[in-house]
Ligand binder design. Structure first.
Ligand code: RFL
Length: 410
């Protein structure tokens, strides 16, 4: 396609949001609620973004966040999560209550693509400006008063937008983080040395989200709709999905879930990946704020990745609102620090659960000592109400009640 030069003046707006995944669309919807202008730039088509299937549960904290913005009924689909999680250890079932008993709505079984579709519909109905299939996005003057974002539209025209802030919501492989000069951000990364095969199938969902631990390797079965399921199977870190034809997937699931009668169904998606965790610190550079996967990746155990993206989006939108409405920059200044506190809390939870469910089944890779430690942790979870309450608190994502001051002893 022939390149067309930029001829017009730069277009002004308040916030440019780069990426129309859960983070970007949430930022855009919340800003819109405050009457703040924004333009969303997405490199893929609307259809592509709307079909991308990943997360399945919107945690209680995020449900209440959408409710506080008056958006919960419009953007959340799917039934409420009944608060029960099943651990199946060597075929023996243990039900754990992962709701914390607090008043207010709990988690929702809302697949990521449903949330994205609804956020898109609501934003467009609100008059939002969403631009798909943009190319060559580049960021300029991030530390000046009015940064600029340039991009090319599908007809080859170059565009420039000047703004007050940029929300980098373009995931782990986006461009916004790469616009930050070398040496500003520190990347803290962990490769867990574990591979997972994940498949989506048109097969009945489990009664409760299910984590299965056995010497055959970890497996999980999660609901993704009334007639569909996501399954996970631990595998060697570099296994290719082609090594897992349908019959091998179903055989392994039946063995590891200790359910010989597990109903199979057509597999609609199959991918393998290494479990990894990553945090970029700080999550801000000048007027660029990183939101969601652009700033951090959490291993899927514990279901925190998308929920953290929603947390960041909420803090960022509130910070911009306070800046514009009240000339209060506290939220902008503390954005990175407040996000990172929750990020590390969720990383720790996810790491704890990842290690526990893998080590507990395996005495070859991790050794019998670590296996027994992991089984002891599970035993404590199944028998101690205090430990179960702490687990529920981490699953819901809700802030714990304020601690009473510790007596000084004087
Ligand atoms: P996304 O969803 O990656 O969206 C980023 C968007 O930015 C666009 N983009 C660009 N746009 C313009 N210009 C560019 N140069 C661009 N580069 C990229 C992309 O096209 C895309 O539309 O990031 P976001 O919004 O931060 O959302 C994060 C979540 O998607 C992610 O954390 C979760 O999917 C992680 N995750 C899970 N999270 C949970 O909370 N619970 C789960 O059960 C759960 N399961 C999962 C998961 C991730 C998985 N993958 C990716 C391994 C299961 C899987 C299999």
């Amino acid at each position: 396609m022939q390149e067309r030069e930029l001829t017009e003046e730069s277009e002004p707006t308040t916030v440019v949001v780069i990426g129309a995944g859960p983070a970007g669309l949430t930022v855009a919807n919340l800003l819109r609620r405050c009457g703040i202008d924004c333009i969303v730039l997405e490199r893929r088509s609307r259809e592509y973004v709307a079909q991308r299937q990943r997360a399945g549960i919107v945690e209680s904290r995020a449900v209440r966040m959408f409710e506080s913005w008056g958006l919960a009924d419009q953007v959340l689909g799917g039934p409420p999560h009944d608060g029960i999680l099943e651990f199946r250890v060597d075929g023996e079932s243990h039900l754990v209550d992962d709701s914390d008993g607090s008043a207010g709505p709990g988690a929702r079984l809302c697949p990521q693509q449903v949330l994205v579709q609804k956020l898109t519909t609501v934003h467009l109905a609100d008059g939002g400006d969403l631009r798909y299939e943009v190319a060559d996005v580049s960021l300029h003057d991030l530390t000046g008063d009015r940064p600029t974002v340039r991009y090319r539209s599908t007809d080859g025209t170059l565009h420039a937008i000047t703004c007050d802030f940029i929300a980098g919501c373009d995931g782990d492989h986006g461009v916004t983080r790469t616009a930050v000069p070398d040496g500003v951000l520190t990347a803290h990364a962990l490769d867990h040395g574990i591979g997972w095969l994940t498949v989506l199938a048109d097969a009945p969902p489990p009664a409760h989200p299910l984590l299965a631990i056995s010497p055959h390797g970890f497996a999980a079965h999660f609901p993704r709709g009334p007639h569909s399921s996501r399954y996970y199977l631990q595998c060697p870190p570099d296994d290719h999905p082609d090594a897992w034809p349908d019959h091998r997937v179903w055989d392994a699931l039946r063995t590891r879930l200790a359910d010989p009668a597990l109903t199979a169904g057509p597999i609609t998606d199959r991918e393998s990946f290494r479990l990894r965790s990553l945090v970029h610190d700080p999550m801000q550079y000048g007027r660029l704020f990183l939101v969601g996967d652009a700033a951090h990746i959490v291993s899927p155990m514990g279901g925190k990745g998308m929920n953290l993206a929603l947390y960041d989006a909420d803090l960022f939108a509130r910070a911009v609102r306070d800046h514009i409405r009240d000339h209060d920059d506290t939220g902008l200044r503390s954005y990175s620090q407040r996000c990172l506190r929750r990020v590390w809390n969720d990383q720790e939870f996810s790491h704890w659960l990842t290690r526990t469910v893998h080590d507990a089944g395996d005495d070859t890779a991790s050794g019998a000592f670590l296996r027994n430690l992991a089984l002891a942790r599970l035993d404590r979870l199944f028998t101690s109400p205090t430990v179960a309450q702490a687990f529920a608190e981490l699953m819901t994502g809700l802030e714990p009640p304020q601690h009473r001051p510790v007596p000084t002893g004087r």
